[in-house]
Design a binder for this molecule. Structure first.
Ligand SMILES: NC(=O)c1ccc[n+]([C@@H]2O[C@H](COP(=O)([O-])OP(=O)(O)OC[C@H]3O[C@@H](n4cnc5c(N)ncnc54)[C@H](OP(=O)(O)O)[C@@H]3O)[C@@H](O)[C@H]2O)c1
Length: 279
């Protein structure tokens, strides 16, 4: 059981809204597992109150926090220093407070790559196609490029893909309607759009031209098995679910705030997945 004394370490997640966040359940599992004197709390903060709230957390002695929509750009701006991952992604999801200073990073790209590795997949095996050009696409594409991969992006709104390509040198673009034929040259395809999420249309992606070695990753994790992943498995392709990325992206923050590098394992995955089903 986690303990909470007057000298406990406290972190949390700042979002608006924040009710949908799985992070309190995830970090709460690790706090219990390691019997840590500390807490991780959800914090609903309106956009116009973001800077005041963060300064308040620093003043109140918080160890840091995660930041989710719509605050990831404001979080970048409030930092005294940001690391390379935040620079590449142009957004911050993890803040660490130390001696009154705020340091920011973006762990989404790390989480994505760590999840692939946990599935025994080495991204160096070939080029990747990223579908989408939103915040998550930026972090995933930046991490893949940083790992030395050739990355092509396809997005419904081409102007957003072009904006991303301006920020991430080396990123190629293919038209959204050509995403199926573009698969022929890829080792990895990643869905970073919201298509396939519960309540959204499925992602239409014709896998018939896909090479047999193609790895199909979806970062959508509600449902766990998206129509894209089901179609990939049906074609005999390797499929990687999005929940693992969520679990892995939480590791660096927990380590920084609570001093323990936690494990991502099947027990954690089942615990967080059960929370998704219950909602
Ligand atoms: N597993 C994880 O840890 C993790 C982390 C972050 C995000 N996610 C998931 O990733 C997804 C995207 O998140 P985000 O923050 O990047 O969202 P976002 O910034 O709002 O971007 C949404 C993306 O989806 C595309 N899209 C939306 N509706 C579409 C449609 N009908 N047809 C084609 N494209 C469509 C958008 O294209 P346009 O530019 O054309 O609008 C855009 O590229 C969400 O499902 C989120 O839950 C998972």
């Amino acid at each position: 059981m986690a303990i909470l004394s007057g000298s406990g370490r406290v972190a949390g997640i700042v979002g608006w809204p924040v009710t949908h966040s799985r992070s309190p359940r995830l970090h709460g599992f690790w706090l219990d597992r390691h019997a840590i004197d500390g807490a991780y709390v959800p914090l609903a903060v309106r956009p116009e109150q973001f800077a005041t709230a963060i300064r308040g957390l620093v003043a109140a002695g918080f160890a840091g926090c995660n930041v989710t929509a719509p605050h990831k750009l404001s979080a970048f701006e409030i930092c005294d220093a940001v690391d390379e991952s935040a620079h590449r992604a142009g957004a911050v999801n993890t803040l660490v407070f130390s001696d009154g200073r705020i340091t920011g990073s973006n762990t989404d790209g790390y989480g994505f790559l760590a999840n692939l590795r946990a599935h025994g997949i080495e991204v160096m095996d070939g080029p990747a196609l990223v579908l989408g050009a939103g915040g998550a696409a930026r972090a995933v594409a930046a991490a893949l490029l940083g790992a030395g991969i050739d990355v092509t992006i396809a997005n419904r709104t081409r102007a957003k893909a072009e904006a991303l390509a301006r920020d991430l040198p080396g990123l190629r673009i293919v038209d959204w309607q050509h995403r199926g034929t573009a698969l022929a040259d890829q080792a990895l395809v990643v869905n970073t759009t919201s298509l396939g999420m519960s309540g959204h249309d499925p992602l239409g992606l014709d896998l018939s031209q896909a090479p047999d070695k193609l790895v199909v990753a979806d970062i959508v994790y509600v449902p766990l098995e998206t129509p894209l992943l089901a179609a990939a498995r049906g074609r005999g392709l390797r499929a990687v679910e999005g929940l693992g990325m969520l679990l892995h992206q939480a590791v660096p923050g927990f380590h920084a705030w609570f001093g323990v590098r936690p494990q991502v394992d099947e027990e954690l995955r089942r615990f967080v997945a059960a929370g998704l089903i219950a909602q």
